[in-house]
Design a protein around this ligand. Structure first.
Ligand SMILES: [Zn+2]
Length: 257
């Protein structure tokens, strides 16, 4: 009986019960197969469920609606709480993003990321994107007319970014990529093959090299919530800052003169 009450389905239901919310938030600490789409017999590692949308960009789906709805329910709980105006800025680019550790989901997201890297990433990603994860920075972005409306051209503080759409019911807010660049070449023009536009859909995740330049187009209707996970590696970060300081162009930079 106790076990039944602790299944992810019930834990998600508890999130709507204020008295039990604080208990439930500490119980959801581990990602479980409950949140995975059923694997196909021909593709037990989900590799065929991802398409290669461009250089170092992959788009596909492995989690079910329950995974998205769990995170969304935490966001809604947070929005309805007294601390809604006390959020710590997730980074300098967003006014309305919420850190997963502020809604009690950081252990769950870390568990999911570790599962993904161990069980799925080796079958989907090229070796250059399979570095050791030394740290994770995760947050939920919120786009809407009264939230962040768009996001300017930038690169991420990650060697790999996981970007998962949590809901449907919005128009616009597509993600535009412009190719991988180092700091020295960050403002150079992109080639036609580097320009990749991806439309978000609930449950689908985009995996991309953190230094593939991108921006978010203006949202025209509704609200969009996406989970963003920056996967970071100490050595890669050190090389980035070293290349920035010494104006070196790393081998992954796609700039051609
Ligand atoms: Zn470069």
């Amino acid at each position: 009986m106790i076990y039944a009450l602790l299944t992810p389905k019930w834990l998600a239901a508890y999130l709507f019960t204020p008295i039990l919310y604080q208990i439930a938030r500490f119980l959801i600490v581990k990602f479980s197969p409950y949140y995975l789409l059923p694997a196909s017999a021909n593709d037990p590692n989900y590799a065929a469920q991802f398409s290669n949308a461009g250089a170092g960009i992959f788009h596909g789906q492995i989690v079910n609606d329950a995974f998205c709805d769990l995170i969304l329910s935490r966001i809604k709980q947070h929005e309805n709480s007294d601390v809604v105006n006390q959020i710590t800025q997730a980074n300098s680019m967003h006014k309305n993003a919420i850190l997963t550790n502020e809604i009690g989901l950081e252990p769950f997201i870390s568990s999911f990321t570790n599962f993904f890297f161990k069980k799925i990433a080796p079958d989907v990603l090229p070796g250059a994107l399979l570095k050791t994860i030394d740290s994770i920075h995760s947050y939920v972005v919120r786009y809407g007319i009264s939230l962040d409306r768009d996001l300017g051209f930038h690169v991420d503080d990650s060697f790999l970014t996981i970007n998962l759409c949590l809901n449907d019911g919005f128009v616009g807010s597509d993600l535009q990529f412009e190719g991988q660049r180092c700091t020295t070449h960050i403002d150079t023009l992109s080639g036609e093959h580097e320009r990749v536009l991806i439309k978000h859909k609930k449950g689908k995740m985009i995996l991309h090299h953190g230094k593939n330049r991108h921006y978010v187009e203006t949202i025209r209707k509704g609200e969009r919530f996406n989970l963003i996970i920056w996967c970071q590696n100490k050595s890669e970060r050190a090389q980035w800052f070293d290349a920035t300081k010494n104006q070196k162009c790393p081998d992954w930079c796609s700039y051609t003169s």
